[in-house]
Design a protein around this ligand. Structure first.
Ligand code: NDP
Length: 287
């Protein structure tokens, strides 16, 4: 088994992003990513800091919009929508993301529609998902795009391959399945009601785990030699992170496997940055 090195892929992608950002800056365009943060969640704060650091390192300005409500109230739908509309209309901003978790009662599908599809660098607008389903050019959610990016850099043929995606969320499972389908893989999507999940997964040449349950994909889920992409990020008690795949059990069976951390995560961040420079480039034709 060989590990798929997400950090190395991310490094290569970020070098490309830095070159593109420098080119845009030389033309007077400062690629800018706006991150709307509607809660005080600690995990989010850490993630947003890491996005900002990565963006600024590669020449992308990062504007963090931390929305605050007077306690005991939380930020409401109207405030989030107003901020997303404002940023979507701002010509100095090229990419807009709305960070989860959202305040209770607010969903990403609800607010995503207020992000201009031209600036929707994390594929939150359902129009972006629709375009993906139609096989049209669009921004896929960065995590789903990271799954495909990692696979495409491996020496394997997706056309005709049997791919199984475990998880059907609109941010990961569904768009990952659509991207694989667009590559002509034969795709099965599994979820919490799937019967005999292990047997379905064992059919896969390419297995994508996007569930959010530590170590649930065991040895009996994996066909010998299969390529396994572990999207799961599950915090451990000692402050670490583990995937959905039981790494120790699966490593001797899989042909290739992404570690957690160091697999999908860094590539997701790099693609968010790549999408932002692509969005900045688009302003030349779309204003
Ligand atoms: P969701 O909770 O939105 O979706 C989880 C999916 O898993 C659902 O479709 C659910 O099925 C399915 N599921 C739950 N339990 C089972 C089970 N026992 N058997 C089969 N399927 C099951 O999670 P997300 O899609 O947002 O995230 C998935 C994982 O990916 C999480 O660990 C998350 O932290 C991680 N993640 C990682 C990112 C990265 O950059 N590395 C970015 C985004 C997410 P059903 O629909 O039937 O409920």
């Amino acid at each position: 088994m060989s590990d798929i090195d997400g950090r190395a892929v991310a490094k290569a992608l970020r070098a490309e992003v830095a070159a593109e950002a420098a080119r845009l800056r030389a033309e007077g365009i400062v690629p800018t990513l706006a991150v709307v943060v509607p809660t005080d969640d600690e995990g989010t704060a850490w993630y947003v800091r890491s996005i900002r650091k990565a963006a600024e390192k590669e020449g992308i300005d990062c504007r963090v919009e931390h929305l605050k409500a007077a306690p005991p109230n939380s930020v409401g739908l109207d405030e989030i929508v107003a901020k997303l509309q404002e940023l979507s209309a701002d010509p100095a901003v090229h990419g807009v993301i709305c960070q989860t978790p959202l305040p209770e009662g607010v969903t990403l599908s609800q607010v995503g529609g207020y992000i201009s599809p031209f600036k929707d660098v994390d594929g939150a607008n359902s129009e972006s998902l629709g375009r993906l389903a139609a096989g049209l050019r669009t921004f896929a959610p960065a995590t789903a795009a990271a799954v495909l990016e990692l696979l495409k850099r491996e020496d394997l043929t997706l056309e005709g391959a049997k791919a199984v995606v475990v998880g059907r969320s609109t941010v990961v499972g569904k768009p990952a399945a659509l991207l694989l389908l667009n590559e002509s893989a034969t795709v099965t999507v599994c979820h919490s009601r799937t019967k005999d999940l292990a047997a379905v997964c064992r059919e896969a040449d390419v297995l994508v785990a996007a569930v959010g349950r530590a170590g649930m994909i065991g040895a009996d889920f994996v066909k010998p030699g299969a390529t396994v992409i572990d999207v799961g990020t599950n915090p451990t008690e000692d402050g670490g992170l583990v995937g959905d795949v039981d790494y120790e059990a699966v490593a001797p069976i899989a042909g290739r496997l992404t570690p957690v951390p160091g697999g999908v995560g860094p590539v997701t961040t790099a693609l968010l940055l790549r999408h932002t420079v692509v969005a900045a480039e688009l302003t030349k034709t779309h204003g």
